[in-house]
Design a protein around this ligand. Structure first.
Ligand SMILES: [Zn+2]
Ligand SMILES: [Zn+2]
Ligand SMILES: [Zn+2]
Length: 457
């Protein structure tokens, strides 16, 4: 139930003489839950005469501000902007698979794989596995050992899909929390080494030097990071071989999906990244986990381009919150024990704070990225030649909006090359009042999210 205060705020807004303009600003943000407020002005001046051709100022806007979408990719922060991000990611992944957005359709004939690289084990966790539609016992061991903390290393439960124990260790005191967060911190570097090793292996198999390979083919990547419930990231990637000038050029005849598959398997098992010993922690060498999944993407088979694009786009808007951590930065002064999170996440965060305080590990900025459980990489990245870019998709959308603004008389129709544009903007806050938030919901159908990151019912 909305509070009377919220309802009063909503009524005030509805009676505001500038309500129509406010509503149109809100629609232009697509129902963003936490729009950025800007205050400022734009002057259009004729450079020849110095004459002012047009002036736009936010002083004439409702509340004296312009509201712009926050553009977050995080669905828990802003469902509507995250949806835009997801849709854009889908478009660009799909363009790299079947063409479109400037990528020719002949790209479908290029060898292309969907690869999942997982993290290694940091201790036994509760899991749910199915075989032929039957849920298997979690971790049944007839000859189970008892750990030094008195826990029997066996679990015969057949866990439900939503059970909160999934991903949690059988014995938290045995679990390698330091290894888990350091793996997350090192995973972008492990990925980079994987791509290099892959290029070397492809060149070697084809009997080429690295330089000769570059003259004949480009290997493109698009990847997303996903958190497993145990709190480590793994990567899903589309890997494709093109001709020397990218997706518009034909790959050489030797570049087959089988050759690429072999190279991926070789590179994934060959690379490692080492974290030197620090006080209280041994040297650790991280490899990918043994569960490597490599599948060929085809237009018609089990794994179609559509399924892959949808899958990658879905994970692009998820962060660590599905592990049960916080959807915001952790401050070193936060009372960890009081945070409303799972104990497993709490221990991973505590480990980030502990290791992050060590000088030797300062470069990983583990304190800053504690709520991400140590991972500070990008959630979705792609190599330059993969397809179009998110920036280009955003530009196209901004151009469309600008067209709308011109037709409604808000922006002058000048050629920006012949007119001097002087603008001044300042940040004036973010978000909605609770009364406005109710109206935004009514106007755009977007659902507000509570601070804990869950949808309101
Ligand atoms: Zn937003
Ligand atoms: Zn279990
Ligand atoms: Zn133990």
């Amino acid at each position: 139930m909305p509070s009377t205060y919220a309802v009063a705020g909503m009524i005030t807004r509805l009676h505001d003489p500038q309500y129509a303009r406010w509503a149109s600003q809100i629609r232009a943000t697509g129902g963003c839950r936490q729009p950025i407020h800007l205050r400022g002005h734009v002057l259009h001046i004729d450079p020849a005469t110095g004459q002012r051709l047009h002036r736009y100022s936010t002083t004439s806007e409702p509340d004296g501000i312009l509201r712009l979408p926050c553009k977050t990719r995080r669905a828990t922060r802003c469902p509507s902007c995250a949806e835009t991000y997801r849709a854009d990611t889908y478009q660009l992944i799909r363009a790299g698979l079947v063409g479109g957005k400037g990528v020719p359709a002949t790209v479908t004939t290029h060898p292309c794989l969907f690869v999942t690289l997982t993290a290694p084990s940091f201790g036994t966790v509760h899991t749910r596995r199915e075989k032929n539609g039957t849920v298997l016992p979690c971790h049944a061991r007839r000859d189970a050992t008892t750990c030094p903390h008195g826990m029997v290393m066996s679990c015969t439960a057949r866990h439900g899909a939503e059970e909160t124990c999934l991903g949690e260790p059988l014995c938290p005191d045995c679990y390698d929390y330091a290894g888990s967060v350091l793996f997350n911190a090192m995973s972008p570097e492990l990925w980079r080494r994987f791509t290099e090793a892959l290029r070397r292996r492809v060149a070697k198999t084809a009997g080429l030097t690295q330089r000769e390979l570059r003259e004949q083919a480009v290997i493109s990547f698009a990847k997303v990071a996903e958190y497993q419930r145990r709190g480590v990231v793994h990567f899903h990637a589309v890997i494709r071989v093109d001709g020397p000038e990218g997706p518009a050029t034909t790959p050489p005849a030797w570049a087959t999906a089988d050759l690429l598959t072999d190279a991926v398997q070789h590179a994934a098992s060959a690379v490692a990244v080492t974290v030197p010993a620090v006080p209280g922690e041994p040297t650790r060498a991280f490899h990918w986990g043994t569960q490597l999944d490599v599948r060929q993407i085809t237009m018609t088979g089990d794994l179609t381009d559509q399924a892959v694009a949808a899958y990658i786009a879905k994970y692009a808007t998820k962060a660590a919150e599905c592990v049960g951590t916080l959807d915001r930065r952790i401050h070193p002064l936060d009372d960890l024990a009081a945070l409303p999170i799972r104990d497993h996440a709490r221990r991973l965060i505590a480990e980030c704070l502990r290791l992050g305080a060590l000088d030797e590990l300062a470069e990983f900025r583990l304190i800053k990225w504690a709520n991400m459980l140590g991972f500070r990489g990008h959630f979705s990245t792609k190599s330059r030649r993969y397809s179009t870019t998110l920036g280009k998709l955003r530009e196209a959308r901004a151009e469309h909006r600008r067209g709308e603004a011109i037709s409604t008389g808000r922006l002058p129709l000048f050629d920006e090359d012949t007119v001097l544009v002087i603008s001044h903007w300042e940040y004036a806050g973010q978000g909605h009042s609770i009364g406005d938030a109710l109206l935004v919901r009514a106007l755009t159908g977007s659902r507000p999210v509570d601070p804990g990151g869950r949808y309101e019912s």
